[in-house]
Design a protein around this ligand. Structure first.
Ligand code: NA7
Length: 680
């Protein structure tokens, strides 16, 4: 009544009205008023006694006693936003709900909550009925949200790598108001952080590029078969300039938490510096290999010399000339950087825990005629990539079984694979390399033979032979002179399976047999893949549930896009989507387009909340695991299963069914009205 009256009579400004099971209607005839089962604590008889104390018959229906009966709310200027709370088992429930509705219809911002199974007075009985505290929390959150009013966006995107950049572009084209938060000082994601010497993409550049803009596709010229990190970063910058993306990206802004607000159906996103915004949609474009892993090596902090992490390389070039350098780790990052560091350093010692399969990248500059040929056929080329298994179509995949071919045929195909210098060569040589142990063993032996033919020192050669896991079940690598580098005088290998690291010391690295001194140590020890970038943000979904708790036994997700209990959150390339098993650009574009279409559908259908239903999520999670179990992937201690992070639950983190099949499934789900999602 006071809120109305001040608005009507230009009285003091009321900022927010908080109505706790309010009395709004002197007619005393609502359904809950008359309901026998609700005569608890506050009965109709007692309430009528109160009414009569204040008002005579005529005053009962005066809006200054019964605010519900005012008929000028729409015309009132400056009526305060309202927070309305009712108790379900209260005789006043209906009139409180009716008033909330009336305010809303008059265009006043209202948050309304009916506390189920509660009686009148429950908030004041918090000591006896703890749900009262919940109600107090709810009210204080509402007050907080009102006082600390923050900027509102339709969507917040976390990360300005290739996925966040394109997602921003798509949503902005739809007319949405979007804010991107990026920890780095500029765009590029993976290619912004991984600046180590030798960093390159290992999918052909013409395929690892955006397809959404025909003009971009035609204008940009890739100089090499596999672009270097500087060229990829230049491409990211070009795209940011071309589509004027930076104006909606806030750099040096690391997201600390994202909490879902069930009443408003929106996310409160808070940065590490405490700044916050609200958004209807939260899109995690935070990458899959972006949470750099502090290696689990004793004495990590002891070393007094220079340390580098390939995943967080300095922006200024590092000069290793005349230095004694150690590299720990022989995954893609280590294998790419070792040959270049070896050329500079006085001495390089490589610490290898697991010998990995690597084949030559045979990188080269692209000729004009090659580039023209691709550009002429780009539409067909992109279509084929999207339909394929890996999102890349060179060389042509063969489907027959390796062990049904003659030994000569196998040798010939593997040989071609070795000589094409493309990552999928060995996967594509036969149809069963990743499903049949013997087929895989044949590929392994071929590669081991090649290594034997390159490495001169007998012990080093033996140590470099990968024999702990099937080919491809740890991410295979493409290299330039990796094995040849071990023939250099200044390079040596330490096999940590024979002489494990005891500790890092002030001066170097102590293995079980000796201590070596270094000027610099390069850690190429990998990432907390797939789930790390999501779980490093304090994400809390509906009813405050933490993502880290929901995923305590491993990630569960529907399509790798959404998580039950975390409404309006989308994960680009999330766990149980093809993601890391594919050409990331193809998968990124597919997810971004799907998410944009879904948000468009929500808006067109007046829906404000969407999340996967739990059964659809469980089915997809099980399907993902079953598909992986049909392959050799689970046999390796790889980051694909989380084995590289101590304590991480072991689950296969990607969808092996292929990007073409996966896209078809996602499209069918969307066409079927977002089957498996609950939208309201
Ligand atoms: P990876 O592929 O995870 O490689 C990390 C390497 O570091 C790998 O050889 C690990 O040996 C080694 N490592 C990790 N921890 C240790 C400790 N504590 N001691 C010794 N060695 C260790 O990461 P990358 O950055 O190379 O590549 C990641 C992906 O980026 C790559 O697959 C591409 O998709 C792009 P391990 O094999 O665990 O025995």
């Amino acid at each position: 009544v006071i809120a109305q009256k001040t608005a009507r009579e230009n009285g003091p400004k009321i900022d927010l009205q908080i109505l706790v099971y309010p009395v709004t209607d002197g007619r005393m005839d609502s359904a809950t008023w008359k309901d026998e089962t609700r005569q608890l604590f506050l009965t109709s008889e007692l309430m009528e006694h109160f009414w009569r104390h204040y008002a005579d018959d005529e005053q009962l229906t005066d809006p200054e006693a019964s605010p519900l009966l005012a008929d000028d709310l729409k015309d009132l200027d400056g009526l305060a936003p309202a927070v309305v709370l009712t108790a379900e088992m209260d005789i006043l429930r209906d009139e409180g709900a009716a008033y909330a509705k009336k305010l809303e219809e008059a265009g006043i911002p209202v948050t309304y909550k009916d506390f189920k199974r509660q009686i009148h007075g429950f908030v004041g009985l918090a000591e006896a009925l703890p749900v009262g505290f919940e109600a107090l929390d709810w009210v204080s959150t509402r007050i907080d949200a009102h006082l600390n009013s923050v900027d509102h966006f339709d969507a917040v995107i976390v990360g300005a790598g290739f996925s966040g950049m394109y997602q921003l572009h798509r949503l902005r084209e739809m007319g949405l108001n979007v804010r991107v938060f990026e920890a780095g000082t500029d765009v590029g994601g993976t290619w912004y952080w991984n600046r180590y010497p030798g960093a390159r993409v290992d999918i052909e550049s013409v395929a690892y590029s955006y397809s959404f803009s025909k003009e971009l596709e035609q204008d940009w010229v890739w100089s090499e078969k596999h672009a270097t990190q500087p060229e990829l970063l230049e491409y990211a910058n070009h795209v940011a300039d071309r589509f004027d993306l930076r104006k909606d990206i806030q750099f040096e802004s690391k997201v600390a938490s994202a909490h879902f607000d069930d009443d408003m159906n929106e996310w409160l996103v808070t940065l590490e510096n405490g700044d916050a915004v609200r958004a209807r949609y939260l899109i995690m474009a935070s990458g899959v290999l972006s949470a750099s892993k502090k290696p689990d090596i004793a004495g990590y902090d002891n070393f007094k010399g220079e340390t580098y992490n390939t995943g967080q390389w300095p922006h200024d070039p590092v000069d290793f000339s005349g230095k004694k350098v150690a590299v720990i780790g022989t995954g893609s990052s280590g294998i790419q950087t070792i040959p270049l560091v070896a050329e500079q350093a006085e001495e390089l010692v490589v610490f290898q825990r697991t010998a990995n399969f690597s084949t030559p990248a045979l990188n080269r500059t692209l000729s004009n005629s090659e580039i023209d040929a691709v550009k002429k056929n780009y539409p067909e080329y992109r279509t084929e990539c999207r339909k394929s298994r890996l999102g890349a179509i060179s060389p042509e995949p063969q489907l027959d079984r390796a062990m049904e071919a003659t030994a000569e045929e196998r040798e010939s195909r593997f040989n071609t694979g070795w000589e094409t210098g493309l990552l999928p060569s060995f996967f594509f040589a036969f149809g069963d390399i990743l499903t049949d142990e013997k087929a895989n063993e044949a590929a392994q032996e071929f590669i081991r033979d090649r290594i034997r033919g390159i490495v001169e020192d007998e012990q080093t050669r033996e140590d470099l032979l990968p024999n702990t896991h099937p080919y491809g079940t740890k991410r295979p690598c493409l290299d330039t002179n990796y094995y040849e580098t071990f023939n250099r005088e200044n390079v040596s290998l330490v096999n940590l399976r024979r002489t494990p690291i005891d500790t890092i010391t002030e001066k170097g690295i102590k293995t079980s047999d000796t201590e070596r001194e270094f000027d610099a140590i390069i850690f190429a020890t990998g990432f907390d893949a797939m789930t790390g970038p999501l779980l490093r943000v304090d994400i809390r979904g509906s009813k405050g549930q933490r993502l880290i708790d929901a995923w305590v036994d491993g990630p569960q997700s529907y399509l790798g896009i959404g998580v039950s209990g975390f409404p309006n959150m989308f994960t680009i390339n999330g766990p149980s989507s093809p993601s890391v098993l594919s050409n990331m650009m193809v998968s990124i574009e597919q997810h971004v387009d799907w998410i944009a279409d879904c948000i468009g559908w929500m808006n067109n259908n007046d829906k404000t909340r969407i999340e996967p239903d739990r059964s659809a999520e469980l089915q997809w999670t099980e399907h993902t695991a079953q598909m992986a179990d049909m392959t050799l992937y689970p046999q390796a201690e790889s980051w694909y299963v989380g084995a590289n992070v101590p304590g991480k639950p072991r689950t296969f983190l990607a969808y092996v069914g292929g990007v073409g099949v996966y896209r078809e499934i996602c499209d069918q789900i969307a066409d079927g009205g977002y089957y498996g999602f609950e939208a309201s």
